[in-house]
Design a protein around this ligand. Sequence first.
Ligand code: HEC
Length: 146
Amino acid sequence: MKNIIVGLSTLIIVGLMVYVASIGKAFQGGEAGKIIEDIKTFKKAEVSQKENTELNSLKDRAGNVSEFKVSQNFKSKCASCHGVDGKGILGPNLFGKTSQEIYTSLIEYKSGRKENPIMRGLLMKIEESELKELADEIGSFKDKVK
Ligand code: HEC
């Protein structure tokens, strides 16, 4: 009887040792450890990709709450002050003005005939042909709204 109990306990202990060693192996390296590392990096990549998508959609929404599509050029150069739909934030509303009115204003700022340090400084770096394009685009905003 005593022998049987000792034998069983030995078996259980040895079994536990093998079990612990096999778990340990996963963290120490080897095939199981590699798989765990893979899962970790995979999760990280998945999370950062998700974060990126969310960040981008947030960024998009922040500067892109418009009923209609606007050019990247307008978005990056003008929308920060005039709003992505041209309706004005820091700068005045442009929505509803004609392309000609806008172009005339732009040239006046650029030449210094109309004085405004913000608009002048900004327009100095932009060619007149590009201003014409932007003016045409902004002038067409009103036609894009259903
Ligand atoms: C840093 C902010 C800022 C940016 C960026 C900016 N503007 Fe302006 N814009 C202003 C301000 C402020 C005024 C008003 C100036 C004034 O009182 O004469 C203005 C005025 C104007 C006007 C005259 C509007 C009116 O009612 O007379 C036009 C047209 C205009 N901007 C077009 C543009 C275009 C096109 C761009 C992009 C190339 C642009 N703006 C970028 C701040 C900005």
